[in-house]
Design a protein around this ligand. Structure first.
Ligand code: BG6
Length: 478
């Protein structure tokens, strides 16, 4: 299979926070990889901005280090790095004063119609002053886009405030809110699976589906991000965005067109239809491991922040009434795995006792590792000896399907989409607010009921109560 890399139009990309962690780990490596893939015309310009006093040459040296650390050496050669660095310049700009803004104005003088993307990889507290300055210096053109990253608020009021701040100077079509889960290959395939095939859609409802499980488990702890994590916890860090987006893509109605707003309208309807969750249908956990516990990582022996959450949600609409969606995510777990399990209802009448009376087909959609899908079906065991049935996995790994085509990372796809102006894989403001509104209710109920996280040992599947959430319904986690 041949890769179809379609170059984007030349652009000017301005990265605010160009020396920060995200630029280092994700933004610069993603741009470099797309450049060597031939997707970025070399007349494009990448301008790094931070408060530090650096020359463009000094910043380029940093960029080379970012590439060396975060792009595998076997995918590029030195010439590529040299060519890439020719697109890079750097400016020292202060977001709270006028220092550097005139120079930024001059940077655009010669190129006023080119696509212009401002990537605000900065603390949320600076977004207001940064967007005001962009407006004051008349740097926002019709061809401008702005990219913002998590945390997109910490609750509904702060998310509204962020949306208001952005909308004062940009229109919604210019705002790209990143949830990197939407850039993952399998997430796009989820839409292909559902809406490009006749096979599953007739079964995709409460007549045939027993329940859905969404798991995003990580083995790593919060070490290094303790301060941030202590404030947010797993609910805000993962459920409000990544798990919610996965749930939406599974549950939404088919959009009329594959178009950003059609898709986001359908996702919004799902979020608005999710019922408030009862505290007894939630489990919060916090990992412990002697001195290596969550409390020590966040530097707070009294921490009541969760590093694990599991919950049962219901969607009140015709398609999903009565089908529980079990969600769980955590740090310090036994395996790193992100997957969705669709468990179908048992056969109405089983004539093959080998499979068990309540045999259920299962579709497992893996986001990582080994992106792909597995359909568990009953088949005859090969060979002689009568009719014996077994459960067999029909496996499809996307890497095999793509053959020679190199996997593309979420950030590569998402940054190229901002250049194309395609908002399909980005959250709209109303979606963001609806998701916060649902999360806020749960968190406020936790507070009211003095709910505290239950300890679980690092390297396990979270607290036993998370397993009970399903066993009491006669089910179990995949
Ligand atoms: C981020 C969270 O959004 O997603 C992190 O802030 C988490 O806490 C990460 O580790 C997980 O992303 P991935 O792509 O590794 O599953």
């Amino acid at each position: 299979m041949v890769s179809k890399t379609i170059p984007v139009q030349p652009f000017d990309l301005v990265v605010f926070g160009a020396t920060g962690d995200l630029a280092k780990r994700k933004i610069i490596p993603a741009l470099f990889r797309r450049f060597i893939a031939g997707q970025i015309p070399d007349v494009s310009r990448i301008l790094g901005i931070s408060r530090q006093e650096l020359s463009s040459k000094e910043y380029s040296v940093m960029v080379v280090d970012f590439i060396k650390e975060f792009v595998p050496a076997n995918v590029y050669d030195q010439n590529d790095v040299v060519k890439f660095c020719k697109m890079i310049t750097f400016l020292s700009v202060d977001l709270k004063s006028d220092k550097g803004w005139k120079e930024l104005e001059k940077f655009f003088d010669s190129n006023s119609n080119q696509i212009r993307t401002f990537y605000l990889s900065i603390s949320p507290s600076l977004i207001d002053s940064c967007s005001k300055k962009l407006n004051d210096y008349a740097l926002i053109t019709a061809n401008t886009r702005v990219v913002v990253e998590k945390p997109l608020g910490t609750d509904l009021p702060s998310a509204k405030m962020l949306n208001d701040t952005l909308r004062r100077v940009f229109n919604e079509k210019q705002i790209f809110r990143i949830d990197h889960y939407l850039g993952k290959e399998t997430v796009q395939n989820l839409m292909a699976l559902r809406f490009a095939n006749v096979l599953l859609e007739p079964l995709w409802n409460n007549n045939y589906i027993d329940h859905v499980q969404i798991t995003v488990a990580e083995t790593g702890d919060v070490n290094g991000r303790g301060e941030y994590y202590e404030d947010v916890g797993a609910m805000r860090d993962m459920v409000q965005n990544h798990l919610m987006q996965l749930l939406c893509l599974i549950a939404m109605e088919p959009p009329a067109h594959f178009d950003a707003d059609d898709i986001r309208n359908e996702k919004l309807k799902v979020i608005r239809a999710i019922q408030p969750v009862d505290v007894k249908d939630t489990v919060r956990g916090q990992y412990v491991d002697g001195d290596n516990s969550f409390k020590s990582h966040v530097n707070n022996i009294n921490s009541k922040t969760e590093s694990f959450v599991a919950l049962k949600a219901h969607i009140s609409n015709w398609r999903w009434a009565g089908v529980p969606f079990y969600l769980r995510t955590g740090k310090g777990m036994s395996k790193k795995v992100s997957e969705i399990v669709i468990e179908f209802k048992p056969l109405a009448h089983s004539i093959f006792p080998d499979l068990g009376e309540n045999y259920q087909n299962k579709l497992v959609i893996r986001l990582q590792p080994e992106e792909g899908m597995t359909l568990h079906i009953g088949v005859k065991e090969p060979g002689p000896g009568g009719m014996r049935l077994i459960n067999a996995p029909l496996d499809m790994t996307f890497a095999q399907l793509s053959g020679q085509v190199e996997a593309i990372e979420a950030y590569e796809r998402l940054i190229m989409d901002t250049c194309r102006g395609d908002q399909t894989l980005f959250m709209r403001g109303d979606e963001l607010e609806a998701a916060w509104s649902w999360i806020d209710n749960i968190m406020s109920d936790w507070n009211k009921s003095n709910n505290v996280p239950i300890d679980y040992n690092i390297g396990t599947n979270g607290p036993a109560e998370a397993a009970e959430l399903l066993t009491r319904d006669g089910r179990s986690w995949q």
